[in-house]
Design a protein around this ligand. Sequence first.
Ligand code: ZN
Ligand code: ZN
Length: 599
Amino acid sequence: MVSSNPIFKHQALQLLEKCNTVHSFKQVHAQAITNALVIHTYPLSRLLLLSSTLAFSYALSIFNQIPNPTVFLYNTFISSSTHNASLALFVYNKILTHQDHTLKPNVFTYPSLFKACGFPPWLNHGRALHAHVLKFLQPPYDHFVQASLINFYANSGKLGVARYLFSQISKPDLPTWNSILGAYARCPTSTASSLGAIYSGDSDSNRCIEVLWLFKEMQKSPVKPNELTLVAVISACANLGAFSQGAWAHAYVTKCNLKLNRFVGTGLIDMYSKCGFIDFAYQLFEKMPQKDTLCYNAMIGGFGMHGYGYKALHLYEKMKSEGFVPDDITFVVVMRACSHVGLLEDGCRIFESIKEYYRIEPKQEHYGCLVDLLGRAGRLKEAEEEIRKMPMQPNAVLWRSLLGAARVHGNLEIGEMALKHLLRLEPETSGNYVLLSNIYASIHRWGDVKRIRKLMKDQGVDKMPGSSLVEVNGIMHEFFTGDRTHPYTKEIYGKLEEINTRLQEYGHKPRTKQVLFDIEEEEKEDALSYHSERLAIAFAFVVSNSNLPIRIIKNLRVCVDCHAITKLLSTIYRREIVVRDRNRFHHFKGGTCSCVDYW
Ligand code: ZN
Ligand code: ZN
């Protein structure tokens, strides 16, 4: 047994834990050789694991000198090479081709292999390994193997396969539950933990609803959720804007004595700010026992999303003064916060500091923020120059932000140039075609308009359907453009007629003329086909008479018309309306919006 074998307590092994340089490691390794520890499996596995964290080539040389490695040693080595799929597979292949045919991969071999193959160039290898699991292991399969398979398929975007594998398990344990919940929560993720995914609009509500549904199922089983489970649930609530469920999850954490660790805490901060309760987010942030960069990123991002540029900047300074080092995401969230309120100089200063002070090479996302900052301030030429000066190939996001700026400032020349780049990079995105055709229409190039429309049709490009979620009495209701499926359809459309009359009394004229550079991601709105947020607002007016703000989450950018109307509605009906669109929050109150019509 572990405790009774003197080898396990050998002084050299205890010293091993203290090694933090290759030099000290080599000294202990020498001791292990002279004391003949290296003929035993356990000390060898310790040596392998530790050396792989210090110098991988050294670990490889130790492994190559083992005359007849056991499967345990192979597994140890594979588990320490999960960052290098080609090496992990190379070692795995050695097990398969070993002369001693009694050597076979076992349940501990596969989880690390699936982890190593969880990235694009290796996905096919992962699928081949699944076949090996079926060949070499006997059912019922080990839970860790199952969980790693579910993770693998989820990471490679095959959520359906992951779900099928999950359904094959009769009594899932905690790691397996967490795998499937995490898989669904991760797919539409937009927490501040992944660069580029921040504020991304593809929060697929169905997947988030699935997380909540699965969690309900889990509660019927004897398995108790842990912190990791709640992180998945909270992130689903954040994306759905499901405040009641999210607050319930927070209460659950407290009631079940789960730890308010950095992941749970950050998730809750993100959830409260995405649900529109920035004050709750800040209260929790203040109470967090141990703050770190992750936590600060979520809070700075929250302030930015709500248009509190100065608060975001202040927190960024505080974070630095408390000794936390900003990471890639910090720079993105703080620069976006500046951008949302037009703090040009502060934003540019932060961009400069990435390179000058932190000695980090700025990434696409950081250039994107800079272009956005300059573009919004009307410095289009400078923005264009920055794109051209970039050391890497500019991506579609950059050209789109330049285009957006060209639209706001009516610069046809730069707009057309940005569009051409956009269409080359993203031939399948409908918004780009619509934009180009609108520009041509504005300068009466009707032949080009026709050509673009035809191109769009030929390529089968469709517009993205707009959808809005609204929470009433703890229940989420979803509406699509022109939706007539809701049980309250009759009342909703009745209310819309009343709303239209009131809007006319207030002098509102629906915009029918195509305006120059109008970015509309959705089909034009008319009396038969209202945009989803309007249906959601009408529904909220029908069913709730309280004075509480109406909170709406929309998957696309709010259009100019809906924005104007919502401002009016907030004053006509004396009701605060909070809309989270793809980019930011709009707090409509007393006829104005917190974005100051700049979004
Ligand atoms: Zn609209
Ligand atoms: Zn607004």
